[in-house]
Write a protein that binds this ligand. Structure first.
Ligand code: FES
Length: 172
């Protein structure tokens, strides 16, 4: 069945065409599970539950195994993320350099409250993370995998404006 699913999507599998391509490119075996999940997350910005079940079926492994890997690694998310992911470091060096003010600026700018981490327009997700290894640049922030050091509330607002302007430009 595994090969048939890969070769000829039918019925419900049709909606998983992109996932099939990813599995084929990474190799349809359990040993390729992590790269497969990484690629799926790149594609969808998170790991949708129905896709995890589908991956388990195609790889012929239990859904619990797939779920276990998806929840074990911090890089994976089971909830949708915004288009841009902003990681504010909360390690010691950043903490003592007032990253709290930075976090507040970000939350205010994105209008996120309480336990919310993704802006209502799904453009940004804020994550508070442990040391990102750039302590000399504290307080540090990673935006879409790019490190920005010596951040201030003012600087990060400028960065958001630049990202928004780029997005608008790309839409034209
Ligand atoms: S504590 Fe923030 S980069 Fe190390």
């Amino acid at each position: 069945m595994t090969q048939a699913v890969l070769d000829r999507p039918t019925g419900q599998e049709r909606s998983f065409v992109r996932v099939q391509e990813i599995i084929q490119e990474c190799g349809a075996s359990e040993s390729a599970l992590i790269p497969i999940l990484q690629r799926i997350q790149d594609e969808y910005r998170y790991l949708p539950e129905e896709i995890l079940s589908y991956v388990a079926t195609v790889l012929d492994i239990s859904p619990a195994t797939v779920c276990g890997v998806a929840t074990f690694y911090a890089q994976f998310s089971l909830v949708p993320k915004g288009k841009h992911v902003v990681r504010v470091c909360d390690g010691t060096a950043c903490h003592v350099r007032d990253n709290r003010a930075l976090i507040e600026s970000v939350r205010k700018r994105l209008k996120i409250t309480g336990k919310q981490i993704t802006s209502d327009d799904n453009m940004y997700t804020l994550e508070i993370v442990n040391c990102i290894g750039a302590c000399a640049l504290a307080p540090a922030v990673v935006v879409d995998e790019q490190v920005h050091g010596q951040m201030t509330g003012e600087k990060i607002l400028k960065l958001f404006n630049q990202i928004d302007a780029k997005d608008k430009e790309a839409e034209k």
